[in-house]
Design a protein around this ligand. Sequence first.
Ligand code: FES
Length: 141
Amino acid sequence: MYTEQVMDHFTNPRNVGEIPDADGVGEVGNAKCGDIMKMYIKVKDGVITDVKFKTYGCGSAIATSSIATEMIKGHTLEEALTLSNQAVVEALGGLPAHKIHCSVLAEESIKAAIADYYKRQGIDPGPLVGQQSDCAHCCEA
Ligand code: FES
């Protein structure tokens, strides 16, 4: 049911934890299942130098957040903003259809952390990051 990559990132998640002096923190939730993902980023010269996450959720949510952190670490904020949940799912070799919605949390939490970073810099994140979720809309499935 789950690919090797999903099982690997679920059983051995990368970048778990928090960054106490993070430059941006984003938290999103799935209204239907109640799962929550919190993402912390450190930023230097427009590049994400460190990222950590905490997920209170299912195995797919943990696997997608883990691989998503690997996909944005060392990349610019602009590059990180282009990361889609489809790209995350592809990197994991796929997810069962009924678990696709779990991957949305990773994309949303990264965007929320970057939006928080811009706000702390006194920059309106709206035009750069787009509409932010209110921590409740992620799951349509
Ligand atoms: Fe809640 Fe997967 S079931 S995020």
